[in-house]
Structure formats: C-alpha cells, structure tokens
Write a protein that binds this ligand. Structure first.
Ligand SMILES: *Cc1c(COP(=O)(O)O)cnc(C)c1O
Length: 234
C-alpha cells in the first residue's frame, strides 16, 4: 500500500540521517530534513505530513502555489528550484525560504515584491560548486561579492548557501565539494557583512545527504528516498 511504503521510506531516511549525525558528532535537531515533493500528489505529502514532517520543498512556482492551499497551514514551504523574475510575485509571501538566488537582479525583484507584500524574505545563495554548465548558481569565487551586493537590499535576508552537487555514482565523490561550500560559508561569515547570515547550509539529496551531513549541511533536500522515483512522462 502506498501509505505503508511512504512511511517505511521516511523511517529509513530518518535512520540514515540519525546515523550520519552520530558519525559526524552532530545533534539530529541541527539538521532539517526537507521533503522534496515535486511531481508528487498532495495525498503523498499528507502521509509524510502526518508522520511529523513540516518542511516541504518544491522546485516549480505553479506546482507550489497549487499545493499550498491543499495542505495544512503549519507547513514551511521552501522553493528549491530555479526562479524566474516574473514569477517572484506569486511566492514571496508564501515561502519560508528561497534556496535558489544566484543573481542580484533576481534578489532585487524579490526585494521589490516583498516590500509590496510587507514581508521579509529569507534567501540562500545558490552556488554552482562544480562549475557545471548545466546548472544554475553563482561560481564559488563570485559568491562573496554577490552576498555583498544583495546585502544592500533591505527586505531580502541572506541566510546561507545552497548547492546541488553533481550526480555521481559514489556519493563520497561529492565530499570535496561539500567541504568547499562549508569553507566558503565560514569565509563569508567571517567577513561580517551587515544583513548576511551564514547559518544555513542547504546541501545533500537522496544520493549524497549522508556525506553532506558529515560535511556540515544544516538542511538536506530529499525527494526520491522519501517519495520514490519521479515520473516526468505523465
Ligand atoms: C529534486 C530536487 C532535490 C531532490 O532530489 P532527490 O535526488 O530526489 O532527493 C533536491 N534539490 C533540488 C534543488 C531538487 O530540484
């Protein structure tokens, strides 16, 4: 049965998270599990919600705004996917965190729309750690400057960094990348830029979240391991 399957999946993920925290000498409560529910029906989300999960990640604005009214109000919704400037207005007052800011122009639009709605918007800077041509995100060496620029915007608050590591067969291969992003966040934190916080490190997905936790992730984004494979053909 679907419900049973989802419960077992979540139990397995929780066990893996707990083990990784133990290995890394970290407290379980210092790592937030984001259930990445893209392409999945709200009936699936509801099962996971009933198990106590309150943070969900979606990557498309339309899907996100469609699901929000269908689900309980005490959910923290995170936008984890690429965001186009013309869609910012639909979500600024609906999400708890935008993980995917990689340009000043986008941050500026978030600032404009946030002011209209009277909200403050926490964001992460997406870093393209492996410099992959197919991925969004700012280059590692440009992240600090982007933080400085965005820090001047009054209702956008940088809370940390996000990265999508390469899709590798052996998760261990991404350890170096996670380590670099952690170092970068410490570097930026040491700059003490006004209005820039580096408390969040969003990294690690189904394949590699254990390594990410060991390297300091505070937020892991897990889809497949909880909800099963995604089917994009339907
Ligand atoms: C889909 C997605 C995830 C989850 O990936 P899984 O491998 O299914 O865990 C995480 N982060 C982002 C940005 C995504 O788009």
């Amino acid at each position: 049965m679907r419900e049973q399957e989802l419960k077992e999946n979540l139990t397995n993920v929780e066990a893996r998270v707990a083990e990784a925290c133990k290995r890394a000498n970290r407290k379980r409560e210092d790592v937030t599990l984001i259930a990445v529910s893209k392409t999945k029906p709200v009936s699936d989300l509801q099962v996971i919600y009933n198990q106590g999960i309150r943070v969900f990640g979606e990557n498309k604005v339309q899907e996100l705004t469609g699901k929000i009214p269908e689900m309980p109000e005490d959910i923290d919704w995170h936008l984890i996917g690429h965001l186009q400037r013309n869609k910012v207005k639909y979500i600024v007052d609906k999400v708890k965190l935008i993980h995917s800011v990689d340009s000043y122009r986008l941050a500026e639009e978030i600032n404009i729309q946030a002011k209209k709605k009277g909200v403050i918007v926490p964001i992460l800077i997406e870093v393209n750690a492996a410099n992959e041509a197919t991925k969004f995100g700012v280059k590692l060496e440009e992240a600090k400057q982007l933080c400085e620029e965005i820090s001047t915007l009054d209702v956008v608050h940088i809370m940390g960094l996000m990265t999508i590591a390469p899709n590798v067969v052996v998760p261990e291969e991404n350890r170096g990348i996670f380590h670099k992003i952690k170092e970068l966040s410490v570097d930026i934190a040491n700059e003490n830029i006004d209005n820039v916080d580096m408390r969040i490190l969003s990294m690690g997905m189904t394949n590699d979240f254990e390594v990410a936790i060991e390297e300091g992730a505070t937020h892991i984004r897990v889809g497949t391991a909880i909800f099963g494979e995604r089917n994009y053909s339907i």
